[in-house]
Ligand binder design. Structure first.
Ligand code: FMN
Length: 302
């Protein structure tokens, strides 16, 4: 058996497989399918300072090789998370990571500061890349200045591992990654969803309530892979890769392009136990190729 553990700054992952925010609930919803403590980590649903209703329905649409969503960060707010969700998830023996969103740098920082008080949450993933909310999210992730303003505000109040999730809806994602690194991010994760649209020709209307949504699933994988490759060559901090990963081959491609760890999102909807298969098959691939330590394959593509 190869050695599978990797580090994201102070965060020790028992293997490189994490679940992507918004696709795995709070983990508990998947407990019947996945031994949660065997995951490298679980990135829980997006959390904001105040509760959010999310967007009107319809907010999901199937596409060839993927899906569009415009859920819009529906959640009950950080107080509810701390008081009602945290007590239920704090005994899960893996890294429980909270995905944090906001509408201003101060607002992100206030949410992060609250989560910093929770002992069993060793890291947050800052979502500066949600394409489905008007008041924030992607607005910050598409300029270096916007990204820097959020990371710098959060870094001042958040001492644990800080991962920043990047938007693919930009011209040069490596520039944004460098801006986050300069403000003290410990890691960047990418990609969030790509902006897309679908149309109902009978109604002559967009399929989604807010017209556009975020595309995810296998369709986005080549774009995500190229971006991970670009970012891994632009920063020194560890990169977490995601976008369309649905098997161990996909995961290994991201790692060879420079990802230290990977997240699995939409594939959980198709096969709720996909994460376990990826860990098992990754192990088998490493054994077959005589690789004793998964870290040997990170960034092998120059
Ligand atoms: C239904 C749904 C909800 C999502 N919610 C969030 C969220 O709350 N925060 C976030 O950062 N990303 C969210 N995402 C984006 C995913 O975490 C991931 O970045 C994206 O789907 C690409 O990975 P995938 O192709 O493996 O799904 C969501 C994606 C989907 C499909």
């Amino acid at each position: 058996m190869a050695r599978l553990n990797v580090d994201i700054k102070d965060l020790r992952l028992k293997n490189p497989v994490l679940t992507a925010s918004g696709t795995f609930g709070y983990g508990l919803e998947f407990a019947d399918f996945v031994p949660l403590d065997e995951l490298g980590g679980i990135i829980v649903k997006g959390t904001t300072l105040a509760p959010r209703e999310g967007n009107d329905y319809p907010r999901m649409a199937e596409t060839p090789m993927g899906m569009l969503n415009c859920v819009g960060l529906q959640n009950k707010g950080v107080d509810f998370f701390c008081e009602s969700i945290y007590p239920q998830i704090k005994e899960i023996r893996t890294n429980m990571i909270v995905n944090v969103s906001g509408s201003s740098p101060e607002n992100y920082a206030a949410c992060a500061e609250r989560i910093a008080t929770l002992d069993r949450i060793p890291a947050i993933e800052l979502n500066i890349s949600c394409p489905n909310v008007k008041d924030g999210g992607m607005a910050f992730g598409v300029t270096c200045q916007g990204a820097a303003s959020v990371v710098s505000a959060v870094r001042k109040v958040y001492p644990k591992t800080l991962i920043v999730k990047l938007s693919p809806n930009v011209t040069n994602i490596a520039d944004i990654a460098r801006a986050c690194e300069a403000e003290g991010a410990d890691s960047v994760s990418l990609i969030n969803t790509l902006m897309g649209m679908a149309v109902d020709i009978e109604k002559r209307q967009p399929l989604l309530s807010i017209r556009t949504g975020g595309l995810s699933g296998p369709a986005v994988k080549p774009v995500a892979l190229r971006m991970v490759y670009d970012v891994a060559h632009a920063v020194k901090i560890p990169v977490i890769g995601l976008g369309g990963i649905s098997n161990a081959t996909d995961a290994l491609e991201f790692m060879m392009c420079g990802a230290t760890a990977i997240e699995i999102g939409t594939a959980n909807f198709i096969d709720p136990s996909v994460t376990m298969k990826v860990i098992r098959e990754m192990n088998a691939w490493l054994d077959r190729h005589g690789v004793r330590d998964v870290r040997e394959i990170i960034g092998v593509i120059a």
